[in-house]
Design a protein around this ligand. Sequence first.
Ligand code: GTB
Length: 216
Amino acid sequence: MITLSIFERSPDRGRGLARDMRVRWALEEVGQPYVVRPLSFEAMKQPAHIARHPFGQIPTYEEGELVLFESGAIVLHIAERHAGLLPQDANARARAIGWLFAALDTVEPPIVELSMASMLERDKPWHAERLPMLQARVRDRLDQLSARLGDADWLDGAFSVADLMMVTVLRRLESSRLLDGYPNLLAYVARGEARPAYQRAFADQLAVFTAAPPAG
Ligand code: GTB
């Protein structure tokens, strides 16, 4: 059985923005059952979890002897082991993996930078001055991504692990409303969210948040 370590009480309050969501979604797409290990922030920093994740974070993935951390590596592992998330054709498969890395290495960093600034730096005197620069960096990436996607449904042919990752990355912009200027990206995210596997994954992570004891 697969076990995922997840937040006991996600700071996103069940909006599915933490990185276990992409792993849950991948497992739902390929029809693999799993169980979860909800962890408090304190438990994430204890030796038992540090043995699974050197940086004391979520998600982690355990399957028999295998223990993995890093959501990109976990999702790629799932996609390589089970049919449905990577094309059969070798070149198309390589391109899908390229897009998976693009989501993580090229598109996600400016989005995370913006969302961390919005969460942690609002009270700093320089926040208002820095914000337009962070937003411009995100818009640059969205302009480029939007131009490449055009009116296609998915990034490169059929839905793949690349789209799964890109949609989860773009969802982090929800509260900034920066996606509003990009109708094709909004529709792309909505297409991902409409997938039954996404819906199951979202409902399951929300159920964990709802069941968690109120923050003390
Ligand atoms: N590169 C790693 C990966 O992709 O797996 C990054 C893992 C990571 O950042 N994990 C975060 C974590 O464990 C949770 S997902 N943080 C606790 C810590 O470092 O002590 C990031 C996240 C957190 C909260 C929100 N939110 O509230 O909206 C969104 C995303």
